[in-house]
Design a protein around this ligand. Structure first.
Ligand code: ADP
Ligand code: ZN
Length: 750
């Protein structure tokens, strides 16, 4: 028997090995194996089995690691698809489907010593005073971890061992699972009676799930995904309750589920909502959590709980889509429009799209949920590829907040410099402070000022490694690059050639400056800033949100970190300081992002008993993204945006592959890009609908001292294009220090 093995060292192919007699029947697809490779031995994963090989004199597999295969054939199939569609090597795709903690097996299970009372037959032996104290605890508890006993009895392991010598207890090593949520007290929650819109959605989802379970994975390669739903529900419409009840249905039918949420909204609050429903009560199943803040050990244990079938609901960020839930009944992608579902390094997969492919492969139902669906998903729903489910109103009868737009050009005309707060916003904050209500302020730029400029010679302090200006951070008194992290001191006079002007000025606005100004305007207000600079410790995020929730803060000010998913009943005002900041970026999705951000931020207001108000400050108040957001009109936004996308065949009207060449020498990069374009034109000549744009310098020409040039390809037939691209990529040669990155369906165009 021959095993095809994908090795962990990066080589773009599978290698054949003999399965020795003693391992026959043990080695199977998905097994992790150690194999000889040259003079070394390396680790790999069996990705196929064969009767014979084309290669003579094969070496044998040394050993199999672990009792259970790590990768199920189903997940393996998914990894194959990722390799092909996203143009990356199979071992890179394979790596992404297994967490590092599981692959390395360094962490392993943690063995802890456990003390257990032995059932006693004879007489109680005599104990010293100290031994007696330990015994009192044990008699009550019967068994407990040794470490816990030592702490509780304020004693040593030596003293406990004496009890073992006397035959009263046994001390044995046992596996003890690390549970990242072991300290949480979670009260059980029970299904709510659904409102009409929720109930209608639930009927459809259940129907699809039952059909999926009857039929299994579709046999033919069909285009339409009948089993994908787009749940379009305004913020607060009760999407989560629909998710919970759909998951319950999967469990009742003996299937598991995966819930994807953006990393940023994977707060303890979110996790709790799922644990509260499923960890207790009649459905009792473990809810496993996978995200980047777990320790290696915790991640190892959570993953194995899923693989062993003990945890059947998984909640996690992007990579949780690869969780080995089997059989899988349901995948939920919450906030499906979020960019963080896209991995920005190879394999550059989009977890939402992987979810749809996985659902199709395994006969599972997929529910995409959002208040502001992506153009792509809504288009698929409009075309009938997905089924659209609508939750048009807030579940708890709360009204949508009133949104007012403040034209900042008026404010400028009146005064002579641009104020941070318009009179309207200033007055609104003051009113909330008086009433004891809370305010959220939003500005999507951290730091103090966005640039340092000289009004005389026009000098702007820029990063030496990247083609952007440096942001001033007042607390550290440094200029800082938000791309590469470069920092430098602030010059006293203009360093521009022959200038030396001492009146060098900070321009533009960051959260630090808003915080400072706010403190001056409202000296008695309790204000907290929340952005990645302010969060230095692991628990800062929880602590600040906790304080805000319990009313210890009046104003929470922050970047996109506070835009999503948070739910604070006492927030009655949301202020958006500079709504058009993201509008004028060189990215065809700039309008869509602005619309999403405004809608999401506005959704934070009025989640309690008092009606909410949103004040949006803008310099282009009549821009459609701002106006549609004001009217809470998603469909209106979609329709006008689609026209523009169709004209240029941008997604969803077409699909994009973005090819970026990187290198330290710009000439070589430009030359390589031109060479690549020629090769593409030659290789893709038969590709009818293809548009090749570029090469051109990337919007961010230089990042981390690498120059970047791009070619953009647009087509309706991406799977086919990916295959062709992989061939071009394999055949082409670039100068040694120039690299090519292929990004299929990119979300970052910079
Ligand atoms: P979304 O996820 O759509 O933003 P949530 O699931 O957070 O909305 O729901 C908003 C609020 O409405 C929550 O407090 C939730 O408990 C409540 N809610 C949801 N469904 C119902 C229902 N059927 N009846 C009463 N309250 C509900
Ligand atoms: Zn930089």
């Amino acid at each position: 028997m021959i095993a095809r093995v994908t090795l962990e060292i990066a080589l773009r192919k599978e290698f054949d090995y003999l399965v020795p007699v003693e391992l026959e029947g043990v080695v199977e697809v998905g097994s992790r194996v150690q194999v000889p490779f040259g003079p070394r031995s390396v680790l790999g994963c069996v990705t196929g089995m064969a009767e014979r090989s084309d290669y003579p004199s094969l070496k044998s597999i040394i050993k199999v690691i672990g009792a259970q295969t790590l990768v199920t054939p189903k997940v393996l199939k998914l990894a194959r698809w990722i390799g092909e569609y996203y143009c990356c090597a199979p071992e890179i795709a394979l790596k992404s489907v297994l967490p590092e903690a599981v692959r390395q097996e360094k962490a392993g299970w943690r063995e802890r010593l456990h003390v257990r009372v032995v059932p006693r037959s004879g007489e109680m032996p005599k104990l010293s005073k100290r031994q007696g104290e330990i015994w009192n605890i044990l008699e009550e508890r019967r068994e407990m971890p040794l470490a816990e006993l030592i702490e509780l009895a304020e004693t040593t392991s030596g003293a406990v061992r004496r009890l073992e010598d006397k035959g009263l207890i046994t001390i044995t090593g046992e596996i003890s699972e690390r549970d990242p949520y072991s300290n949480e007290q979670i009260l059980p929650s029970y299904p709510l009676p659904l409102n009409a819109a929720q109930a209608a959605a639930m009927v459809e989802i259940k129907k699809a799930m039952d059909a999926g379970m009857r039929e299994g994975a579709p046999t033919g390669a069909k285009e339409g995904d009948s089993r994908v739903f787009l749940l379009h529900g305004v913020t607060g419409s009760g999407k989560t309750e629909v998710y919970l009840q759909a998951l319950a249905h999967a469990l009742e039918r003996g299937r598991g589920g995966i819930v994807l949420v953006p990393e940023i909204s994977l707060t303890p609050q979110t996790v709790e909502r799922f644990k509260a429903r499923f960890s207790q009560g009649p459905l009792q199943t473990l809810v496993a959590v996978l995200h980047s803040h777990l320790s290696t050990g915790e991640r190892h244990d959570e993953w194995h709980k899923i693989r062993q079938g003990r945890a059947r609901i998984v909640i996690g960020a992007r990579s949780a889509i690869f969780a080995p839930v089997d059989p899988l009944g349901l995948v939920i992608v919450d906030e499906e429009h979020e960019n963080s579902y896209k991995q920005e390094e190879s394999p550059r997969y989009h977890a939402r799209d992987v979810a749809i492919v996985r659902g199709r492969m395994e006969g599972a139902t997929v529910v995409l949920g959002s208040a502001t669906p992506s153009m792509e998903s809504f288009h698929n729903a409009r075309k009938g590829k997905y089924s659209l489910l609508d939750l048009p109103e807030r579940a708890d009868d709360k009204k949508m907040p009133v949104v007012r737009i403040v034209d900042m050009r008026q404010t400028v005309r009146r005064g002579n410099s641009i104020p941070i707060f318009s009179p309207q916003l200033h007055e609104a904050i003051a009113r909330r402070l008086d009433a004891g209500e809370q305010t959220i302020l939003f500005l999507n730029r951290r730091g103090y000022s966005s640039s340092l400029q000289c009004p005389l010679c026009g000098y702007v302090a820029g990063c030496p490694n990247c083609s952007i200006s440096l942001t001033y951070h007042r607390q550290e008194a440094k200029l800082c690059c938000h791309i590469c992290g470069h920092t430098q001191t602030v010059p006293k006079v203009c360093p521009g050639e022959k200038c030396g002007n001492p009146e060098i000025r900070f321009a533009g606005l960051g959260t630090q400056k808003v915080e400072e100004t706010l403190g001056k305007l409202f000296p008695h207000a309790r204000i907290k800033r929340m952005d990645s600079d302010a969060l230095k410790r692991k628990h800062d995020f929880r602590e600040i949100l906790g304080n805000f929730r319990t009313g210890k803060l009046d104003v929470l000010l922050g970047t996109q970190m506070i835009a999503k998913g948070l739910h604070f009943p006492n927030v009655t005002l949301v202020g958006i300081i500079h709504a058009d900041m993201a509008l004028h970026q060189p990215d065809f999705r700039a309008g869509e992002r602005t619309f999403q951000l405004l809608t999401q931020v506005a959704g934070r207001a009025g989640r309690g008993d008092v009606e909410g108000e949103v004040i949006v400050q803008a310099f282009t108040p009549f821009h459609p993204s701002i106006q549609f957001a004001r009217r809470h009109d998603f469909v209106g936004f979609y329709e006008q945006e689609l026209e523009f996308r169709q004209e240029l065949r941008y997604p969803p009207a077409g699909r994009i592959a973005l090819l970026t060449l990187k290198g330290r020498n710009e000439e070589k990069v430009a030359f390589s890009a031109a060479h690549l374009k020629k090769e593409l034109e030659r290789a893709l000549v038969a590709f009818k609908d293809l548009i090749i744009a570029g090469p051109a310098p990337a919007p961010l020409l230089k990042a981390e001292s690498f120059y970047r040039h791009q070619i953009m390809l647009r087509t309706a037939r991406m799977s086919q294009l990916s295959r062709e691209l992989a061939q071009v990529q394999a055949a082409i040669h670039f100068p040694e220090d120039v690299t090519l990155a292929v990004d299929i369906d990119p979300v970052e165009m910079s």
